[in-house]
Design a protein around this ligand. Structure first.
Ligand SMILES: [Fe+2]
Length: 301
């Protein structure tokens, strides 16, 4: 049986600290360009492709980049010619594809015992494959999931900022992101760059980014393939609920205590919010309404 594909030091793994990892996935047949062209064809049919041109910069709105800087070519054409395509492409939620879901399960099942010891409740598994032309940029942004990001081919510089750095991303910006999934207040400033921890990624290297780690990626001079394995845990779901609770308090005109400033206060608040949420969901179920679910085994595509 092969060893684990992601190498994480169990002694130093901290779910809320950015850290370097190494991996053994660079030669995996499913992550070579021919296989990704075929996956791109399937993901295009599922409408699970996000793409923009090489014109996007660090400060481009992450949400609007595909509209502001469109890549006119389809997934197959772009992927097959990625060296010259002048494009950034992400195959989204590849757990929607049965073949790639198996890969995600294999890789995350291996790493799960290390994660679980400090951060139980892994769920909402997902995979994201980034294929990008030389010198393309992934604009500054953050995501909800914990993320093992692994470099498969080519080189890139990954800039990361501590998820608790409230100079780079304010408490209010975190709150809006958790409550509305809006990155409107997550705004790039060149002054953030010296505060970053940068990783020079090459095949076999990667990083672990906790939920809501601000990041920015700049490609090297060649084409690049990167894959992210992501998930939620009990702690990320609790944190999201606390921020949503704070957003609700703010709508009532109150100034809520920042999440994390008082663990005791957070515990009480979480108990109240969890009780309120399950009562509200029970009512919505009776009324046949949709429920915001974030504890499924896989993220819905
Ligand atoms: Fe991201």
């Amino acid at each position: 049986m092969p060893g684990p594909r992601i190498h994480v030091d169990p002694a130093s793994f901290d779910p809320w600290k950015i850290q370097a990892v190494t991996h053994a996935l660079s030669d995996h047949p499913l992550l070579q360009i021919d296989a990704l062209v075929e996956l791109g064809r399937r993901q295009q049919e599922r409408k699970l492709v996000r793409t923009h041109s090489a014109a996007a910069t660090a400060g481009t709105s992450f949400a609007d980049a595909p509209l502001l800087h469109p890549n006119a070519r389809d997934a197959v054409t772009t992927l097959a010619d990625i060296e010259k395509a002048n494009a950034w492409m992400s195959l989204l939620n590849v757990q929607a594809d049965p073949i790639y879901r198996r890969l995600i399960d294999e890789v995350l099942d291996e790493v799960r015992p290390i994660v679980d010891r400090r951060d139980p409740g892994m769920c909402y598994r997902a995979g994201w494959i980034f294929v990008s032309s030389p010198r393309t940029v992934t604009p500054f942004h953050l995501d909800h999931e914990h993320n093992f990001i692994l470099q498969i081919r080519g080189r890139k510089r990954l800039y990361t900022w501590d998820p608790f750095d409230r100079v780079v991303v304010s408490e209010r910006a975190q709150e809006l992101f958790h409550d509305q999934h809006s990155r409107e207040l997550v705004v790039w400033d060149e002054a953030w760059r010296p505060r970053a921890r940068a990783f020079d990624l090459a095949p076999g290297l990667g990083g672990y980014m906790p939920s809501t780690t601000p990041h920015l990626v700049e490609n090297g001079d060649g084409p690049s393939i990167t894959m992210s394995f992501t998930y939620y845990t009990d702690a990320t779901r609790q944190r999201e609920l606390l921020y949503r609770g704070n957003a609700a308090l703010r709508r009532l005109g109150l100034e809520p205590r920042p999440v994390g400033s008082s663990p005791g206060h957070d515990r009480v608040k979480h108990t109240v919010l969890a009780g309120y949420t399950s009562a509200r969901n029970a009512i919505r179920r009776v009324l046949g309404r949709t429920i915001r679910e974030n504890s499924q085994p896989y993220a819905p595509a």
